[in-house]
Design a protein around this ligand. Structure first.
Ligand code: WT7
Length: 566
């Protein structure tokens, strides 16, 4: 039987106290996610159970029990304290998906510091912006990424400690660089857990918006209440499950449901530290007998593309339940998985700011392929009119609105309270997406309400790409929009007008591409630059990305009354 038993019943009798009681949490008492993810599970008698089964591309394996997780996170927490890290200091985790990423996340939370995970493929500019904004005090990284940190450390007066977890002694370290190795550190049996309370900050994740720099989404320890219960009821994790979340903890799915959710439930989870390949993924499921799998539409579409013959080579009979997040899950993908894997992918909708799942498909509830499902019990959602922010009639497209009263909602954008406030209207939190509700109460995604591009589940700010382009000497103006793509749904396309003296040709495109590559995350790189004579603009001179977007997607251009005259 599934954990949720009956969606309708759960909605009727819902209270977040259900999760508080299951976690033995009483309002006003300390609550520490790191403790819940390790010590508590050991206290429940599951110390010898595997917490983490890890494998890399070379087939090297590492295994950690809950007691190992408790000890290693203690050891890392103790080390961080010993170099001077205090509660609420920001500690950036800049690691590939190696075990230290997961273990140090738990360790950072235990000492009450704020975990700031950043995607290890970020270049130095992307890293710099985020470390500067957060005033980060320490960064945990590995040899291969040290070069990027060294390039920016002089511009970051708050960054006092650079901690290298895989130092091999070959490279000479600088004064502010220290070595930490789980292999040689003395395990710390007893660590004083910092008495964080519900509103103590826990995690800082960066996300892109349409304008301005990336925003630091601040979460608190109380988010555990939502993360635990959604993991239990939506992902349906049960004691004997082997769980695989394919997301990197540089992004929120990889922390809320790749660390906090499964560990707080005491479930065994697997991590594959390797790039995508259909063969490797199926092999991983077969080898570890994965039963619950949380992935993303772009990965599913890539598996579809790899074909069905390859699936037949593997025994995937361990799979019991599948879920997806991050971008629209097209109905074809759901129908494909029903046919090929014998069960649908259950779509879930949420975002960095919401901290936990918002709209979901639940075990036992009919899946309508293409729909995001229904609000999690305890979430009050509605579709709102884009001007009045009042709920619209059923079937009408409008803005998703959420009553800001669930435990995991962000508490602010770091050092950017003004932008945070703009996310609320008429008593509703606005995620910035448009949708409609059908007559059965299911939500259907329509699109984003801003110009942010969602490429393969990663949000890209057109503004960031345009700013990078404008720094190149040849670029006069630029406008960045999405264009359709079979696998990633959307990819980034840049329109550029050149300054006099530069020629629109392949050489210029290559020069510009190489220039912006250093500034942008690989995920934000345009697939194409198109040189044009003139960008469409409003009479007041604002670039109309909407027109270029419609052109790329073969859509009607709509109202052009504000378009500049020739
Ligand atoms: C944005 C949030 C939290 C998961 C990782 C992404 C889009 C997310 C869905 C879905 C259609 C979706 C929305 C949302 N999105 N899930 N099931 N169907 N769109 O977190 O980077 O903060 O992105 O991703 O536009 O606002 P994120």
């Amino acid at each position: 039987m599934s954990n949720i038993v009956s969606y309708d019943e759960r909605v009727k009798n819902f209270s977040w106290k259900i999760a508080e009681d299951e976690l033995d949490y009483k309002p006003g008492q300390p609550i520490n996610i790191g403790w819940y993810c390790s010590d508590r599970i050991c206290q429940m008698g599951k110390g010898d159970k595997y917490a983490l089964l890890w494998e890399n591309a070379m087939g090297v394996e590492k295994k950690y029990t809950y007691n190992d997780l408790r000890l290693t996170s203690n050891t890392i927490g103790h080390f961080l304290r010993s170099v001077g890290i205090e509660a609420e200091d920001r500690v950036c985790i800049f690691l590939e998906r190696i075990p230290e990423l997961y273990l140090s996340f738990v360790g950072i939370l235990k000492i009450g510091a704020i975990a700031q995970p950043l995607f290890s493929a970020f270049g130095e500019e992307s890293l710099f912006i985020r470390l500067e904004n957060a005033g980060t005090k320490a960064i945990i990284t590995q040899r291969k990424h040290l070069g990027k940190v060294r390039k920016i450390v002089d511009k970051l007066p708050n960054l006092k400690h650079i901690i290298v977890v895989d130092h091999d002694g070959k490279k000479e370290l600088m004064d502010n660089e220290v070595v930490f190795s789980l292999e040689t550190a003395t395990p710390v049996e007893d660590l004083k857990i910092h008495p964080t309370v519900a509103e103590s900050p826990s995690v800082l994740h960066y996300t892109s918006g349409t304008t301005g720099q990336p925003k630091g989404v601040k979460h608190v320890h109380y988010s555990l209440i939502s993360q635990y219960l959604t993991t239990k009821w939506v992902l349906d994790l049960q004691d004997d499950d082997i769980y695989w979340c394919t997301a990197d903890p540089g992004w929120v799915t990889g922390t809320s449901y790749g660390i906090i959710g499964p560990f707080s439930m005491g479930v065994t989870q697997c991590v594959l530290e390797a790039g995508f390949s259909a063969e490797a993924w199926y092999k991983f499921i077969e080898k570890y007998k994965i039963s619950m799998w949380y992935s993303a539409p772009t990965a599913i579409r890539s598996l579809m593309k790899a074909g069905e013959e390859i699936i037949k080579k593997f025994n995937l009979s361990s799979l019991r339940h599948l879920a997806s997040v991050g971008e629209p899950l097209n109905s074809e993908a759901v129908i494909w998985s029903e046919r090929v894997l014998g069960m649908p992918f259950y779509d879930t909708y949420w975002q960095t700011e919401t901290g936990s799942m918002i709209l979901c498909n639940y075990p036992g509830m009919k899946v309508k392929p293409g729909s995001m499902g229904k609000p999690f019990p305890g979430i009050t959602a509605a579709i709102l009119d884009i001007k009045t922010f009042e709920p619209v009639a059923q079937g009408v497209v409008g803005l998703i609105g959420l009553k800001p009263d669930w435990p995991a909602l962000m508490r602010t954008y770091w050092a950017n309270e003004e932008t945070f406030k703009k996310k609320f209207e008429n008593g509703w939190y606005l995620p910035g997406d448009r949708a409609r509700i059908d007559s059965d109460g299911y939500y259907w995604f329509v699109g984003r309400d801003d110009d942010v591009i969602n490429t393969g589940g990663h949000l890209v700010s057109p503004f960031e790409v345009e700013s990078a382009l404008l720094e190149h000497e040849a670029v006069a103006e630029s406008a960045v929009v999405s264009k359709p793509d079979e696998i990633n749904m959307e990819v980034v396309k840049a329109f550029v007008t050149l300054k006099p003296g530069f020629e629109a040709n392949d050489d210029t495109e290559l020069l510009i591409m190489n220039f912006i590559r250093k500034k942008l995350s690989p995920l934000a790189m345009p697939q194409e630059i198109e040189f044009i004579e003139k960008l469409p603009k409003t009479r007041s001179g604002k670039i109309m990305r909407r027109i270029l977007h419609a052109q790329e997607w073969g859509e009607e251009i709509g109202d052009t009354s504000t378009l500049e005259d020739d």
